[in-house]
Design a protein. Structure first.
Length: 249
């Protein structure tokens, strides 16, 4: 059995509140009698992509458990690579920060869905070719594709400003491939849906939650920074369907 702790959108910026919200999650994980096998953080690690913010990310996520990270639209490739050398293993020296990592018998294809200086997501022709090639490699075990931008519309006036573009091209690459699940962040909501025939499992936003317009309005605007931070636990048992639970410790 493999247990994956899936965190997202920590948005560390040197201030107390995001740090305290992340610590609610990390201290919860530290209490497990059977530690999770891997922690995956699906982007928006730093709030402004600054060097000092990555130093904080590196310090706050220090763990005996392997920690995998990928960039979100708030991140910046060069300072991310420089500040997170202990966590990120990606060829090249700038954008994109793609990675293939194997932990606990599982393969994690960590896709950089960001566009420098933009908030929407997009995979270039080169990125799509890379993803296609990686997913064609035989692997005996679960394969998780992780990326910041989920391949969907939230039908939300705010979140839909920053969609993953050209979703049909991503769909063509993912369709028919052996993918256990697609792990995403960005929309600051725990989401469960499907794409290209695969489950899409989005982690809650640790920094905040963005409710739908039809939900009760948060006390402080569109973004709810009072909703509890949360995470997903993905539990993979060989021969069984993936199970996911969401926790808001
Ligand atoms: Fe975010
Ligand atoms: Fe984001």
């Amino acid at each position: 059995m493999i247990v994956i702790a899936h965190l997202s959108d920590i948005h560390l910026d040197g201030s107390d509140e995001p740090r305290a919200r992340l610590r609610r999650i990390t201290s919860y994980l530290a209490e497990f009698s059977r530690p999770v096998d891997v922690i995956v953080v699906t982007g928006d690690l730093a709030d402004h992509g600054l060097e000092k913010e990555y130093a904080e990310v590196a310090e706050e996520l220090q763990s005996d458990i392997p920690v995998l990270m990928l960039p979100g639209n708030h991140d910046s490739s060069v300072p991310l690579r420089a500040g997170l050398t202990a966590y990120v293993d990606s060829p090249g020296d700038g954008h994109p920060v793609h990675q293939v990592r194997e932990v606990a018998g599982a393969r994690f294809v960590l896709v950089d869905s960001t566009v420098p200086e933009e908030d929407h997501g997009l995979l270039s022709d080169e990125s799509l070719a890379w993803l296609d090639g990686v997913l064609r490699e035989p692997f005996d075990g679960p394969v998780f594709v992780a990326m910041h931008h989920p391949p969907l519309s939230m039908h939300h006036p705010v979140m839909d400003q920053w969609l993953l573009l050209s979703q049909e091209r991503v769909e063509a690459v993912l369709e028919g491939k052996a993918v256990t699940a697609i792990l995403t962040g960005h929309v600051h909501n725990p989401i469960v849906t499907s794409f290209a025939g695969h489950p899409v499992l989005g982690a809650p936003g640790i920094r905040s939650t963005v409710p739908f317009p039809f939900e009760p309005a948060p006390p402080n605007g569109i973004v709810d920074t009072t909703a509890p931070p949360g995470l997903a636990l993905h539990i993979h048992t060989p021969g069984e369907p993936l199970q996911t639970v969401y926790r808001f410790p």
